[in-house]
Design a protein around this ligand. Structure first.
Ligand code: LFR
Length: 474
């Protein structure tokens, strides 16, 4: 056979999609068959994901996929990282919390009282993000943790519902903070030092391994008429995205730009130096044991949350491309460049007011019009992207000659151009659906539809997806 078909479920923080991928030695295409919103829900106890709605929508999308392509032999699931469901006897014990929920602050304190961040970094290699799973678990009521028998990250939870097999996929498990950076196995000593129950952490599985076959009822409900596997992929969405960056890893930095801007380089070994710690970099687990040396930059969240607030105030939708076009006409020298990574921008809320407060504290004039706010956000993101991409190269020993931008941010021409300008380096934008393509590619390789290293997979992306290039301007 010269090609085959797989399905990918990709859940993002604002929307999810189901993709059908066709892969062969010279073919790689991914078509979105279903798109659905991911609307977090506020209840008095906090901010939650509606994980049953997400699973229902994923199943509905997979049904569409099987109807369109009866030949699908494998399904892979990826999502954002760190969040999890607790189960007992196979039953979900509550709605998973959203990582932007404020409850994690207490967890950070509790964990650092037992082990300061520098000690953690040496073991798990992670940037201090207050929502890393270990802090969330430390913020759970102890009786609830004691009652649970299993914790599953979001893609693992969906995989469990599809197959009945409970595993922790390694790239995503690396974001929990409980995996040793040295060998990517559960850090039993750390788990016990933090007083967390080791028994809730399931056995690990690596991308490319088979999680299991669809449960019979699920297969019937999806209309799958042949045996269909759920294949472990880089289930951390960023890990899948990095697979499909059409880069030469020894000469490029990447930005996976969606809700977050994940800015970094790919290296063979973790970088655990004092410099990396001070620069707040992370060493997340990549597909094929690669290391994603990157930093979480606040990303398009600041822009989308700003626009969401305006839409609520106006009671009407805003045309974002039109707004970006007016922002492109604003003189960049007139708008403030603020620190997008300031912790005040993490929770949902009034972004323009927070930008104003930041400007007041730093003695700079705040933006005036909506177009100026948008331009200020774009300039600030571009500055953070440029600085971080260059720092990533320095820390990782990569001679960065090109910056790749993949994900939804690749559609934002102003952001791509200003990142190129501020870095003094060319930006190569696309593919927009890198995460889905990375998910599809890892499944395809597991099925034998394509072969080789990540370099071979990236070469297929290069041959099938024309990027858009932005040269730096003075
Ligand atoms: C991007 C992402 C980031 C992770 C953040 C929270 O979608 O997965 O990599 O830090 O979401 O899970």
């Amino acid at each position: 056979a010269s090609g085959g078909t797989v399905a990918a479920v990709d859940l993002g923080a604002t929307s999810g999609r189901v993709i059908v991928g066709h892969v062969g030695p010279d073919t790689l295409d991914a078509g979105v068959v279903a798109r659905f919103p991911n609307d977090p829900v506020h209840t008095p106890d906090g901010l939650h994901w509606d994980v049953l709605a997400l699973y229902g929508a994923a199943v509905g999308g997979l049904r569409d996929a099987f109807r369109a392509e009866p030949g699908i032999r494998s399904v892979g699931v990826d999502s954002w990282a760190v969040d999890y469901g607790l189960l007992r006897g196979g039953r979900l014990l509550g709605n998973p919390f959203h990582y932007r929920d404020a409850r994690t602050a207490a967890g950070v304190e509790a964990v650092h009282a037992r082990m300061p961040h520098a000690g953690l970094f040496a073991r798990n290699g992670l940037q201090l993000l207050p929502f890393n799973t270990l802090y969330q678990l430390a913020a759970e009521p102890p009786d609830l943790l004691g009652f649970a028998d299993t914790a599953l990250l979001i893609p693992d939870l969906l995989g469990y519902w599809l197959t009945g097999v409970a595993r922790a996929e390694r790239t995503n498990a690396s974001t929990t903070g409980l995996l040793r950076v040295a060998d990517r196995e559960w850090d039993d000593d750390l788990v016990s030092a933090l007083g967390l129950p080791r028994g809730i952490l399931p056995p690990l599985i690596s991308p490319g391994e088979t999680l299991g076959m669809l449960l019979p009822d699920v297969a019937v409900s999806l209309g799958a008429d042949g045996p269909t596997a759920v294949t472990a992929v880089g289930s951390h969405d960023t890990a899948s995205a990095v697979v499909a960056v059409p880069m030469r890893a020894d000469a490029a930095a990447y930005i996976s730009c969606g809700t977050w801007g994940l800015v970094g380089v790919e290296v063979a070994q973790p970088v655990l130096t004092a410099d990396a710690l001070a620069a707040t970099f992370t060493n997340e687990g990549g597909v094929d044991g690669r290391v994603r040396l990157l930093r979480n930059v606040m990303g398009l969240w600041v822009l989308t949350e700003t626009v969401r607030g305006w839409e609520r105030a106006d009671g009407a939708r805003i045309d974002l491309p039109a707004l970006l076009a007016t922002a492109a006409d604003v003189d960049a020298a007139r708008v403030p460049v603020f620190d997008v990574d300031d912790a005040r921008f993490l929770p949902p809320g009034d972004m323009p007011a927070r930008i104003d407060a930041w400007c007041a504290e730093h003695g700079v004039a705040r933006p005036g019009t909506r177009a100026e706010y948008v331009r200020s956000i774009v300039e600030s993101l571009a500055q953070a992207f440029a600085t971080t991409a260059i720092a990533a190269g320095r820390l990782g020993g990569v001679d960065v000659q090109t910056i790749h931008i993949v994900g939804g941010g690749a559609l934002n021409a102003l952001l791509c151009q200003r990142t190129a300008d501020r870095a003094g380096l060319p930006v190569v934008a696309g593919p927009v659906e890198a995460t889905a393509l990375g998910n599809v590619l890892v499944q395809a390789r597991a099925l034998g539809l394509v072969a080789g290293s990540l370099e071979a997979l990236r070469d297929l992306v290069v041959r099938t997806h024309e990027p858009r290039r932005f040269e730096p301007r003075a």
